[in-house]
Design a protein around this ligand. Structure first.
Ligand SMILES: CC(C)(COP(=O)(O)OP(=O)(O)OC[C@H]1O[C@@H](n2cnc3c(N)ncnc32)[C@H](O)[C@@H]1OP(=O)(O)O)[C@@H](O)C(=O)NCCC(=O)NCCS
Length: 300
């Protein structure tokens, strides 16, 4: 009998097995089943995170799920079944386990037909979408745009800007379930990643106060061969400063940084219902490449 195991932490060996499973699913589905925040949480105990492992009769890991924000109304899961073990009920077993842990919704990266069919069969409803938008970068992008009068730009300084940035991010993303909750510890965890580069984390100031930011991300190795991809990682504007035309130039500032690093493409993720942001990105030439969907347990 296959078994389903719930854990508050996973050891290195199990984490390795889980990563190999995601890699096989990534190759088969041509999209990563697990997002960055979930991948980072695989390992030692972390508040609000539960791992669910599904093993077959031989003890082989055939499925992995994770619930984040356990114990809150935003509890959300990601789940993936090994491509060689699909249509055997493992997905459904993982889904039942994450719902039992309190998850109200599940992400489907790429919103692929099997995920859609699976979610429909389980009686889930599509409640949110996340768009992956992309655009090429060229020499014309390399020059910094002019900011509206009174605003200036500088790079993030680790240690000096941490608390201010967390406050600004929370204000800018007050209605965003994941981004708005980032803590100083979450920020520092990202600062410890090999890709972190304060020169690509741009802060916009007015009257000596940081009021907006554009954090870009370039994975190691991307910039080396002259045809890599960079990311608009997070863009945020203080609610008091929104609606003053900062969004476009703020985005373009990050694109200029990425173009100067020799990257030839840029992508970003944006919520399907964030019309203001989607408009800003479309105006700057971004177009949809893929869509992630969130499926939720209907309210009783
Ligand atoms: C979606 C996913 C988790 C399904 O896992 P699975 O173990 O194959 O799913 P199950 O065997 O439990 O399927 C349960 C039911 O879902 C439906 N279903 C699942 N995959 C399907 C497919 N490819 N086509 C049509 N229906 C499908 C069926 O009704 C199935 O019951 P049945 O096999 O008795 O007909 C798996 O394809 C996967 O890992 N995809 C990549 C990650 C992902 O998208 N996760 C998000 C899920 S919302």
């Amino acid at each position: 009998m296959p078994v389903t195991e719930r854990l508050g932490a996973v050891d290195d060996r199990t984490a390795g097995e889980a990563r190999e499973l995601w890699d096989r699913a990534h190759a088969a589905d041509e999209v990563a089943a697990v997002s960055e925040a979930f991948a980072l949480a695989v390992g030692r105990h972390r508040e609000g995170v539960v791992h669910v492992l599904r093993r077959d009769d031989a003890g082989q890991l055939v499925g992995y799920a994770q619930v984040a924000s356990v114990g809150t109304p935003d509890a959300v899961a990601e789940l993936v079944v090994d491509p060689a073990a699909r249509r055997q009920g493992h997905g459904r077993a993982l889904l039942d386990a994450v719902v039992e842990e309190g998850a109200r919704s599940v992400w489907a990266h790429g919103d692929l037909p099997p995920a859609r069919a699976f979610a429909t069969a389980a009686g889930l409803e599509r409640t949110r979408s996340l768009h992956l938008m992309t655009r090429p970068l060229g020499a014309d992008d390399a020059r910094d745009p002019a900011l509206p009068a009174g605003y200036s730009v500088r790079a993030f300084e680790p240690g000096r800007d941490d608390e201010d940035w967390v406050r600004l991010n929370a204000a800018a993303f007050a209605s965003h379930p994941e981004q708005g909750r980032l803590t100083v510890a979450d920020l520092r965890e990202r600062m410890d990643q090999p890709w972190f580069d304060p020169a690509g984390f741009l802060l916009v100031e007015r009257d000596g106060r940081v009021v907006a930011f554009h954090w870009t991300k370039v994975e190691k190795g991307e910039a080396r061969h002259g045809n890599g991809t960079g990311e608009v990682y997070v863009v945020g504007v203080d609610p008091d400063e929104q609606g003053r035309g900062l969004g476009g130039p703020l985005t373009a500032l990050g694109l200029a940084h990425l173009a100067r690093r020799g990257l030839t493409e840029v992508h970003l993720y944006v919520d399907g219902d964030n019309t203001a942001a989607r408009r800003t990105y479309e105006r700057l030439g971004f177009a949809d490449l893929a869509v992630d969907a969130q499926y939720s347990v209907p309210h009783a």
